[in-house]
Design a protein around this ligand. Structure first.
Ligand SMILES: *Cc1c(COP(=O)(O)O)cnc(C)c1O
Length: 409
């Protein structure tokens, strides 16, 4: 077994059977919400179970993903860097080529269609970097749904272009000034809105976080990534991947790629943001440095201090800057099925430039974390097929990168 062998061969778990009917992945997940949200969450679960079985819905979604989103996204064999880094084959699943530039649209489209089928007229969502906000605003324009996006005031400052994109698409962007003025505070506000407006409103959560059934719904809509990978690796390259690598913020692009492979002989690596370093306290790596607790309606690994206060996080990439993680990842960590590592701001920035210069692809800074770790192991391993989820494109990060480089010069 290699150093990166992460699957637990002793336990025979059928990963497709989780979460259980109460939304648990063993001790993680669940539904820790006020009484007022129990009913809407149960309604959501009922509606979702109905459409998940409906051939009509599935065909309609498939058509939308093909004609509107641009799926299937290709897999690209990055031959130039594969050669330069040693003798592994590096493959990139090109989620950056989706409409709106990242994997977020897979979930936003699915949930907007679900909301429509439930007769909802108004959509709310939270966003950090703005990618989920843009994806949701896009789906709402497509389906004629009213759209309200909650965003931390600090993120609004950092991501001006995405804020304007949302407004152009017809969304109302509400600035959240509480707490750290970032993603976790926007999520709190969105949950509050949902409690008051639940009759006509559906809340589209952007990652595999939140109370049950969200982690399951978002995972299922993102699993199109892994299903395509399985087919494409075979038909395009006649190979099987040996190692899957993806970055982990809330964990939706990672679980989307991993889930269809969980019962197969493939190693998997999730990469968290180590920020300025795991020992500096300035990072966003709850699976590496956090402990189990409750955040945003589910039990999972979180970053909290000894008084139970959520700690502030830091990452170069706004999309990874979150103190929690989807509960399924916490379970996969404790099962030893997926290995969770971390990459610093500096390493991610280096990988960002490397891919850009050597392959002509500008990745998102989130994605650059996955790339940095994959490049590191490609140098050490022999003849492995490494498949990386290229979760998004880097256009939104150009200002950040320019600023960092000027400071470093
Ligand atoms: C939002 C985002 C992420 C992080 O979210 P996950 O739910 O962990 O996937 C990663 N990459 C890109 C490009 C994103 O926009």
């Amino acid at each position: 077994m290699s150093e990166y062998q992460t699957k637990n061969l002793m336990k025979k778990i059928n990963y497709k059977n989780f979460p259980d009917k109460n939304g648990y992945f063993a001790e993680f997940g669940g539904k820790f919400v006020s009484e007022t949200l129990m009913h809407p969450l149960n309604e959501l679960l009922k509606s979702y179970n109905k459409i998940a079985k409906s051939t009509n819905f599935r065909n309609e979604l498939k058509k939308e993903l093909s004609q509107f989103v641009g799926r299937p996204t290709p897999i690209y064999h990055a031959s130039r860097i594969s050669k330069e880094l040693g003798n592994c084959n590096i493959f990139l699943k090109r989620e950056d080529l989706n409409h709106t530039g990242a994997h977020k649209i897979n979930n936003a489209m699915g949930q907007a269609m679900l909301a429509k089928s439930m007769g909802k007229k108004r959509i709310i969502a939270e966003t950090g970097a703005g990618q989920h906000g843009v994806a949701t605003a896009t789906a709402c324009a497509r389906y004629d749904l009213k759209c309200v996006i909650y965003m931390g005031s600090k993120d609004i400052q950092r991501q001006k272009i995405n804020v304007y994109r949302m407004k152009l698409l017809g969304a109302e962007v509400i600035s959240v000034d509480s707490g750290s003025k970032t993603l976790k505070d926007a999520l709190n506000e969105a949950l509050r809105d949902w409690v008051t407006n639940v009759d006509d409103t559906h809340y589209i959560i952007g990652s595999v976080a939140g109370p049950h059934p969200y982690p399951m719904i978002v995972r299922d809509f993102q699993s199109v990534i892994g299903h395509e990978c399985k087919k494409q690796m075979k038909t395009l390259f006649n190979k099987k991947p040996n190692i899957l690598v993806a970055c982990v913020g809330g964990g939706s692009n990672a679980i989307g790629m991993f889930h269809p492979f969980l019962n197969e002989d493939v190693d998997m690596i999730g990469v968290e943001a180590a920020g300025l370093g795991l020992n500096t306290g300035k990072h966003a790596a709850p699976l590496n440095k956090g402990k189990p607790g409750i955040l945003h309606g589910n039990r999972t690994y979180i970053m909290e201090d000894d008084n139970g206060q959520i700690e502030s996080t830091h990452s170069i990439s706004a999309g990874l800057d979150y103190p929690g993680v989807g509960p399924e990842h916490s379970w996969l960590k404790n099962n030893n099925r997926v290995k969770y590592v971390s990459v610093t701001d500096k390493e991610a920035l280096k990988a960002f430039h490397y891919l850009t210069e050597k392959e002509g692809i500008i990745p998102a800074l989130e994605t650059a974390h996955a790339l940095a770790y994959a490049f590191k192991i490609a140098k050490k391993l022999n003849k492995k097929n490494i498949l990386i989820n290229l979760s998004g494109r880097g256009d939104k990060d150009i200002d950040t990168v320019a600023l960092l480089n000027r400071i470093q010069v």
